[in-house]
Design a protein around this ligand. Structure first.
Ligand SMILES: [Zn+2]
Ligand SMILES: [Zn+2]
Length: 262
């Protein structure tokens, strides 16, 4: 098994460090297989991300490949993206063909009702979220990203000035309340059918242990991801290795685990 980190960001999207700094940090953390997976999503609510062009992305991949030559490490070029609500990738065939790793994560949902800041427990909103996640689990892409944290709470916290730990505890409450066993069973079934892997998200140490266990029992495979947005977080994937071994889950840590399944 290799030491891998399949979820990292650079200044191309919202990361703090350059490609070289991220690769350098991965080398320092003894990472053998690294994926650089910047946000790429034409429908993102952040204009700086929605505005990234395909040409810029392909140029970014070229830079990654050039810089990677200076290191004794496998570096994969990929993206993190939110699919359409039916699970279809919102990426062109040209982009899909160039991506070695595609992480699909839910950063927003197309909910058109009223949302009140601070009123997180909106049944209709979270029911729509679960539908999007189930479609995503059944759809294309390699990895289901942060499926039990970094939930789309943006519209609930607008103007509240929350801290990172506060947002984590808000997500935890929502997860406890809405992501119940019947939903996880369906999620596991869809992942199993599509062959999409589930990320063990090391920044938040999610999904919950019983969820990892249930997915593992269904034969769903896992990937380690730090979701590093700064160099000092790159390669911090130990939790994934620990977590997968605790439940006897299969952790994918090689380039070949990403062949096919786009
Ligand atoms: Zn994300
Ligand atoms: Zn990310």
């Amino acid at each position: 098994m290799h030491k891998a980190d399949f979820h990292t960001h650079t200044t191309f999207s919202d990361g703090r460090n350059s490609i070289r700094e991220v690769i350098e940090a991965a080398a320092f953390a003894s990472i053998e297989v690294l994926a650089i997976t910047d946000h790429f999503d034409p429908n993102d609510y952040r204009p700086a991300i929605a505005g990234l062009t395909e040409t810029a992305l392909l140029h970014h991949f070229q830079s990654i490949r050039e810089i990677a030559r200076d290191y004794d490490m496998e570096v994969l070029c990929g993206v993190e993206t939110t699919p359409l609500p039916d699970g279809t990738l919102a990426l062109s065939p040209a982009v899909i063909a160039q991506c070695e790793v595609i992480i699909t994560s839910c950063h927003y949902i197309p909910y058109d009702g009223e949302l009140q800041p601070g009123e997180f427990f909106n049944d209709r909103y979270w029911s729509m979220y679960k539908d999007c996640m189930l479609a995503m689990a059944a759809g294309k892409g390699h990895i289901l990203g942060h499926c039990e944290d970094y939930l789309p709470i943006e519209r609930f916290i607008q103007g509240l000035g929350t801290t990172y730990p506060q947002r984590r505890s808000i997500c935890l409450e929502i997860v406890k309340r809405y992501l119940d066993r019947p939903y996880i069973e369906k999620l596991a079934g869809n992942l199993k059918k599509s062959g999409k892997m589930c990320e063990l998200h090391c920044a938040t140490q999610t999904p919950r242990e019983w969820v990892v266990r249930m997915l593992a029992t269904e034969g769903v495979r896992f990937t380690p991801g730090s979701d590093a947005h700064a160099a000092d977080q790159v390669g911090k994937t130990e939790w994934a290795y620990h977590s997968a071994s605790m439940v006897d889950g299969f952790l994918c840590t090689e380039r070949k685990d990403f062949y096919g399944q786009r």
